[in-house]
Write a new protein. Structure first.
Length: 268
């Protein structure tokens, strides 16, 4: 069964990071049959030059050009509509996939036809060399509990069945929570989610990550999401209230403390 890779890039991203990401995709032990790269609005000349260079080397790289920036959820939704194959692997434009990633996930999906989406662990890093943490994810039945309070899949590691995602309404606009929103809708429809207990992607991070995941606006967005989970039947009243309290506690604390919590309690 052939498979595709779905990516998105926008003007503020680094051409060198995009090169490293695409190089890691095309150097896989099991390379993809197609890579769909959404150009989310006008890009810089550096990004266009890197994309053209990659297309000369890899004709399976297909671009989808959007005139204006749509943000990640809408861009991925449009990109998924251009995907040709039933299996799709997500990849971010500044991360690095380990060489066996696609082979491991493809084999898992072939052996587990009941699973709609499978992710894995990530090894986080920063360019300064000051952050190196592994983010592990829940396995098996643990996901049923985990999804009520935290995102159960590392988005940049996921391989999914296209039909299952489309049946749940495709990617939708929900800034910073696009993937969690999608997994929740899929889960509410009975989709099986899974994780492989190994690092599949080296994920680039920075101090901005912890600032973006906080503040009053972020808190309001997360509380709206908690209400959606309740409406979907994922949480009962007690679980809904617990999720709201956890979201408030994390999003309204100072960014330095949030980084400490992520580094000490939520990473290894």
């Amino acid at each position: 069964m052939p498979f595709s890779v779905l990516m998105s890039v926008y003007a503020k991203e680094n051409p060198q990071y995009l090169k490293e990401a695409l190089d890691s995709v095309f150097s896989q032990s099991l390379p993809p049959d197609e890579v769909v790269l959404v150009e989310d609005g006008r890009l810089t000349e550096g990004l266009y030059a890197e994309i053209r260079s990659q297309q000369r080397l890899h004709p399976q790289l297909k671009t989808v050009e959007l005139e204006e920036n749509q943000q990640l959820g809408r861009a991925l939704g449009i990109g998924l509509g251009q995907v040709s194959h039933p299996l799709v692997a997500r990849m971010d434009s500044d991360d690095i996939a380990v060489r066996e990633r696609f082979a491991v996930q493809y084999r898992y999906m072939m052996e587990h036809p009941e699973v709609s989406a499978v992710g894995g662990y990530i090894q986080e890093f920063d360019d300064a060399g000051t952050w190196k943490k592994v983010k592990e994810m829940p396995l098996g039945k643990e996901i049923d509990h985990y999804i009520r309070y935290r995102n159960p899949l590392n988005h940049m590691t996921v391989m999914f069945r296209r039909d299952a995602v489309m049946q749940a309404g495709n990617y939708q606009h929900f800034p910073f929570l696009e993937d969690y929103y999608l997994w929740s809708r899929m889960y509410a429809q009975g989709a099986r989610l899974a994780n492989i207990p190994q690092v599949l992607v080296h994920a680039r991070t920075s101090g901005n990550l912890f600032r973006r995941r906080g503040g009053a606006a972020y808190c309001r967005r997360y509380l709206k999401f908690r209400r959606i989970q309740r409406e979907l039947g994922i949480t009962n009243r007690r679980q809904f209230l617990k999720g709201c309290l956890l979201s408030i506690a994390i999003s309204l604390q100072p960014s330095w403390l949030r980084k400490r919590v992520y580094g000490v309690l939520l990473r290894k």
